[in-house]
Design a protein around this ligand. Structure first.
Ligand SMILES: [Zn+2]
Ligand SMILES: [Zn+2]
Length: 277
């Protein structure tokens, strides 16, 4: 039986990373409403409430859009019913797995089992591929999440200082202040990890954007660089006599290269996932 084609990130089975991200998001929403809001001083409460809920709403909406978009190749979407008549023109190539003409920048994702228009990477957090149709939503999501997480950390610090400097004020606002403080510490720590990972992703995508590359291009470039370095090192180690003895038949080499190229694409796509997790 052939593998099913995934259409969006909401299609079952869900990814454990995706479930984890929604659990953390709901945890933060709960902590903000139940722990932060009642314990913050009045002025901070208003500022926090406005900023937090705007960014939280943006994060939820952007995550839903980026997950719900089908980033399939244009030709797959429009020529799906006409797969027998495959013609390849300039700016196009053929995917033997999809059995269709696809765009030159499209790559076949093994997880989604389809070609993605301007493939960037398969995102475990959204359980969807990131390509031309949803890349801008993905980047906007990262920025909104960054502000959202920073707010949770900054206001936790405000609460810590309030507890240390005006303990009586803090205790007046809530009964079980130790429980509230423990949950604030927990929220602070969870979001430190989220902030570190998200900041890395923003820095990484800003870097590749400046270089005009996708995640796939970046991983490919890094692999080629590594392979070239290894080849160079091996050549340096080999003696000249060994070099002449180990000359391989050119046809054999080409055949092996061709077999490896399909395998390599799968591996590069898997590395793209890891780079973004
Ligand atoms: Zn394909
Ligand atoms: Zn995918």
């Amino acid at each position: 039986m052939s593998k099913a084609i995934r259409t969006t990130g909401f299609q079952l089975p869900l990814n454990s990373y995706q479930i984890g991200s929604w659990v953390i998001n709901l945890f933060n929403l709960l902590m903000s409403s139940v722990i932060y809001m009642p314990t913050l001083p009045l002025g901070s409460q208003i500022a926090y409430g406005i900023l937090y809920y705007i960014t939280e709403l943006s994060v939820i909406i952007l995550a839903i859009i980026a997950t719900a978009i089908d980033p399939s190749d244009f030709f797959l979407k429009s020529k799906g019913k006409n797969k027998d008549n495959i013609e390849c023109e300039i700016g196009q190539s053929i995917c033997t797995i999809c059995n269709s003409t696809v765009g030159n920048l499209s790559k076949h994702c093994g997880v989604c089992n389809k070609c993605i228009d301007q493939f960037d990477h398969h995102c475990k957090w959204l359980n969807n591929c990131i390509g031309l149709s949803n890349y801008s939503y993905f980047i906007s999501l990262l920025w909104c999440l960054e502000i959202n997480t920073l707010l949770l950390i900054i206001f936790a610090i405000i609460l810590f200082s309030e507890f240390n400097n005006n303990r009586s004020n803090y205790s007046d606002r809530v009964d079980n202040h130790e429980v509230y403080l423990a949950f604030t510490v927990l929220t602070f720590n969870v979001n430190l990890f989220v902030l570190a990972g998200n900041t890395y992703l923003i820095a990484f995508h800003s870097y590749i954007k400046c270089k005009g590359m996708s995640t796939f291009d970046f991983i490919l470039m890094r692999r080629e660089k590594k392979e070239n370095e290894e080849k160079k090192r091996k050549n340096e180690v080999k003696k000249p006599s060994e070099n002449s003895l180990s000359h391989e038949n050119e046809n054999k080499k080409k055949k092996r290269k061709k077999l490896k190229s399909e395998e390599n694409q799968e591996e590069i796509i898997a590395d793209c996932e890891d780079e973004n997790s």
